[in-house]
Design a protein around this ligand. Sequence first.
Ligand code: GDP
Length: 304
Amino acid sequence: QEALDKSLEKSREGLFSKITKAVVGKSTVDEDVLDELEEILVTSDVGVQTTLKIISRIEARVAEDKYVNTSELNGILRGEIQKLLSENNSNDFRNFEYGSHKPYVIMVVGVNGVGKTTTIGKLAHKLKLAGNKVVLGAADTFRAAAVDQIKLWGERVGVRVVAQPMGSDPASVAFDTLQSAVANGDDVAIIDTAGRLHNKVALMNELTKIKQVMQKVVPGAPHEILLVLDASTGQNAIEQCKQFTQATEVNALALTKLDGTAKGGVVIGISDQFKIPVKYIGVGEGIDHLQLFNKQEFVDSLFK
Ligand code: GDP
């Protein structure tokens, strides 16, 4: 919680201290307060749609009880935000879904620069610490440094990496990785993929091919299609989420770089718009700076 509190410092200041200012000197939640609240939420990257939803719920509440005072506003807002955040059932890297699938296969997608490789490294570290045998598959064979970067993380964390030379067929790397995982009795296989978004059809075809090939080795794989998004890019992250969910069946999100950004509100907008669980959050560059998302903790931290 402490690391999270520190990470969300800017978001908290940017978003919620403004709310305090908006309500100073006012006893009840009137139109002016709501207008200001709307502006604050939009500028904090909650997104217009989600902001309007929040505002209309508060309006309804105010209509019910004309004397809702401004000091109650925080509590109401907090409750509404918590309702919009997607639920993540995992609260431990050990008793994750991993147990029921062996290997549990995670295919990681996302555009370059969002923190995909770092997230894979951190996740491997957390999973290993929790007692899982982990293997990484370097199937981003497109970007020059990607394979080397994954190898470095593999060394750092102390997990195996399956790789082929740059330019190899990503599906073939994924196939090799899963075969190796099965042979080695690994618990989790994490497969990196290339983050080319400028050609959506090519991206879709590539991901589909990787999935099909995986299923030849592990039926039901990938169990998790994890989209990594950079929270500090605010509305860009939402746009990327749109694009990737159209290209493949994303069922988990990792939001990186929540530290040092005032755009933490984007977590709320993304949860509300896409209804895909935010599973992991990145709160720094270090190997330990990955957390399982917990909406209660998130809200606590945002309203601290
Ligand atoms: P990729 O191109 O998506 O694989 O991105 P990288 O994993 O190489 O990360 C890009 C940059 O973002 C690197 O400098 C990382 O250290 C940094 N980064 C990744 N995750 C986080 C995070 O949660 N917080 C911060 N502050 N930096 C991060």
